[in-house]
Design a protein around this ligand. Structure first.
Ligand SMILES: *Cc1c(COP(=O)(O)O)cnc(C)c1O
Length: 431
């Protein structure tokens, strides 16, 4: 069984929001309804199996919505919408515009653009802010923006908290911007210059000293638009309108993570005039920084269908199903010596149960990293969460003695397979 949660683990407030549903399934009821999350496996009628033809082994995803593991599987109604869209050509721009209007209504914002992912949304947000500040045409970005020595080009400064610097800075730098780093609130107030075009707030960053509201207030006093990166921050579904309602001018989401649309899709939501500028800098326009970020008709329709699917879902029911899977796995390995099970739910980003199995590898005879390798080499192939056997990726919640299982991307029946496989490896360390 799960140990009671320690500090920073399953937060009480969160637990209470879905405890009833979770308890219903944790009570080991045999009649588990299949929630939306698990219905994803029925698929459109089978075509040629190109994975088999290519010799690429499908995986059981016991990790989560990681890009390197192809993130989410689209639910059947989304798969069907994608297949249907593939049947007929349309005028791409018309589809973009109509999808944007539809999504803006459903997601309660001013404007929306389907992008080729959150990273592309961040590039297009940056291009939009540059265009807004400089009256720049798409064909001037980035070559008229970045002058090398920073003195000759257009307005090109983006303000970011030091704790919010991340690998996706690259997506902004593609447009020729210079990132201006701040730490304290005083730094932030002093950082605005006539060259400031935008700020970026990494929603799940930890350790920044300036909170969202203060960040918005100061930027808006300077008439500078704020972008928020919430790529991995669904669930909860209400995050899709929470941050635009707070006043963020632009917000991006990954389409293929918790929203469960196509992996090469994403959303840019926000102020209409900025969304229009983002679209100007996007495919199908050719002389534009976004030309390589094309979203095909299938992905645009898939993104819209995924949002429709998501808005029918119950976060509580889905979370309860993920808890049930975690419980199945922890029960399967409970007789392994020294092993304890716990659940960790990150507050923002991947806000779903992560099963943490901690044990003493000297007594059990195999380390979590070796277990991970064995599961990845066997058939069926199982991929554990990349925090397995490492420190840092999940804060204090994982280390060299923990196996981490992400339960939310498994398909029906797979939690049972993962539980049996983990037990087999942990109880036969020399096999
Ligand atoms: C995953 C992620 C991205 C990139 O999302 P894509 O849709 O794969 O482009 C950007 N920012 C953050 C914080 C992410 O987690």
């Amino acid at each position: 069984m799960f140990r009671s949660s320690g500090p920073g683990l399953l937060s009480r407030r969160r637990f209470l929001t879905w405890s009833q549903a979770a308890l219903a399934v944790l009570g080991a009821s045999p009649a588990i309804p299949l929630f939306g999350a698990s219905r994803a496996t029925e698929s459109v009628p089978a075509a040629d199996d190109y994975y088999a033809k290519l010799g690429v082994e499908p995986i059981i995803n016991a990790a989560g919505t990681y890009t390197y593991l192809t993130a989410a599987v689209m639910p059947p109604q989304v798969q069907r919408a994608v297949a249907q869209a593939a049947l007929h050509p349309v005028v791409l721009k018309e589809l973009h515009t109509a999808a944007g209007e539809y999504l803006a209504k459903r997601l309660r914002c001013d404007g929306a653009l389907v992008t080729s992912g959150a990273s592309a949304a961040l590039t297009l947000a940056t291009a939009a802010c540059i265009a807004d500040a400089n009256h720049a045409r798409p064909n001037q970005i980035p070559q008229q923006v970045w002058s090398g020595d920073g003195t000759l080009g257009m307005k090109n400064e983006v303000i970011v908290q030091k704790a919010h610097r991340y690998e996706y800075d690259h997506a902004m730098q593609l447009c020729g911007v210079r990132i201006v780093e701040v730490v304290t609130f005083d730094d932030y107030q002093r950082a605005f210059t006539p060259k400031t075009v935008m700020t970026n707030f990494f929603n799940s960053a930890e350790g920044g000293l300036i909170d969202r509201q203060a960040w918005l207030d100061v930027a808006h006093r300077h008439n500078v638009p704020c972008h928020l990166d919430a790529a991995a921050d669904v669930p909860p579904v209400e995050n899709l309108w929470r941050y635009t309602a707070m006043g963020f001018d632009l917000v991006c989401f990954s389409g293929g993570k918790g929203i469960r649309g196509p992996q090469n899709a994403g959303l840019l939501l926000g102020k209409k005039h900025l969304i229009d500028l983002a679209a100007d800098n996007d495919s199908p326009n050719s002389d534009a920084v976004g030309r390589g970020m094309k979203v095909a008709k299938e992905q645009i329709v898939g993104m819209v269908a995924a949002v429709d699917w998501l808005l029918e879902q119950s976060d509580e029911a889905n979370q309860a199903e993920y808890m049930r899977r975690a419980h199945v796995i922890s029960e399967a390995v409970k007789d392994i010596p020294t092993l304890t099970s716990d659940i960790y739910i990150p507050e923002i980003a991947n806000h779903v149960p992560h099963l943490i199995l901690a044990y003493d590898p000297r007594i059990v005879g195999i380390t979590p990293l070796e277990v991970q390798k064995r599961l990845s080499a066997q058939r069926p192939r199982i991929e554990l969460n990349p925090a397995t056997g490492t420190t840092g990726r999940l804060g204090p919640h994982s280390n060299e003695n923990t196996i981490v299982v992400g339960a939310w991307m498994m398909q029906p029946g797979e939690a049972e397979i993962v539980g049996r496989s983990l037990h087999a490896v942990l109880s036969n360390p020399q096999a």
